[in-house]
Ligand binder design. Structure first.
Ligand SMILES: Cc1cc2nc3c(=O)[nH]c(=O)nc-3n(C[C@H](O)[C@H](O)[C@H](O)COP(=O)(O)O)c2cc1C
Length: 178
C-alpha cells in the first residue's frame, strides 16, 4: 500500500515525529513524507492512507496568529530554532486544498507533557477535519509529548516508530477486509 505522511512543524518536533512514524510505516508500506508546503502538489487519490500531524497551539490546530507567535518566540529565544519547513501554510489552510476522499486517515500531534484536558490536542481537530473531508479514521488520534523547553521527551521517538508500525498493520488488515 501507499501512505502519505503530512506534517506542520514550527520548531521541528512534529517533523521529527513524522519521520519516526514514517519509519514504522515503512516496515510494510511505501511511504512519502512531506511538510504541508511540499504536499500541495500531491494527488491524494494515489494513497491508501493519509497520516496528518501538527503542533498543538492554544489547545488546538495552529492559526495564522499562533504561527506568527511561534516565529516571534524563536526570534527572541536563542535556544529555539525554526524548522526549515516552518514557512508557508499551516494545517487549517492546507485542509482547504484537500478534496473529499473515501480512503483511510489518522491524526497525530505534539503537545506539552500534561493532562490533555489542560493542554488541548491538535490531533482531535485534525481528525475532525479529516472526517469532514470524507476520510474514515484508521485509529484514534495520538499525541507525542514535549517538555517546557520544547524538547521531545525521552522515548517518544521510539513510541512514534512503534505507532507507525501499528498503523501499518492496521492498514494491511483494513485493506484485506475491505
Ligand atoms: C504559540 C504556541 C502555543 C502553544 N499552545 C500550546 C497548547 O495550548 N497546549 C500544548 O500542549 N502545547 C502548546 N504549545 C507547545 C507546542 O505544542 C509544542 O512546543 C510542540 O511540540 C511544537 O511542535 P513543533 O516543534 O513541531 O512546532 C504551544 C506552542 C506555541 C508556539
Amino acid at each position: 500500500m501507499r501512505v502519505l505522511v503530512v506534517y506542520e512543524s514550527m520548531y521541528g518536533n512534529t517533523h521529527a515525529i513524522a519521520d519516526h512514524i514514517s519509519e514504522g510505516l515503512r516496515s510494510r508500506h511505501e511511504v512519502l513524507t512531506a511538510s504541508v508546503r511540499d504536499s500541495l502538489e500531491t494527488i491524494f487519490d494515489e494513497f491508501d492512507l493519509l497520516v496528518v500531524g501538527g503542533p498543538t497551539h492554544v489547545h488546538g490546530v495552529s492559526t495564522w496568529a499562533t504561527r506568527k507567535a511561534a516565529r516571534e518566540a524563536a526570534e527572541a529565544d536563542e535556544g529555539l530554532d525554526l524548522d526549515p519547513e516552518s514557512g508557508g501554510l499551516g494545517l487549517r489552510d492546507w485542509f482547504k486544498t484537500v478534496d473529499g476522499h473515501r480512503s483511510l486517515a489518522v491524526a497525530f500531534d505534539t503537545r506539552l507533557d500534561a493532562s490533555a484536558a489542560m493542554t488541548g490536542r491538535a490531533a482531535k481537530g485534525i481528525a475532525r477535519r479529516l472526517r469532514r473531508h470524507g476520510y474514515r479514521l484508521l485509529g484514534e488520534p495520538e499525541s507525542f509529548l514535549v517538555d517546557k523547553q520544547n524538547h521531545l521527551l525521552a522515548g517518544e521517538a521510539d513510541r512514534a516508530e512503534r505507532w507507525g508500525e501499528m498503523m501499518a498493520t492496521a492498514l494491511t488488515e483494513a485493506m484485506s477486509t475491505h
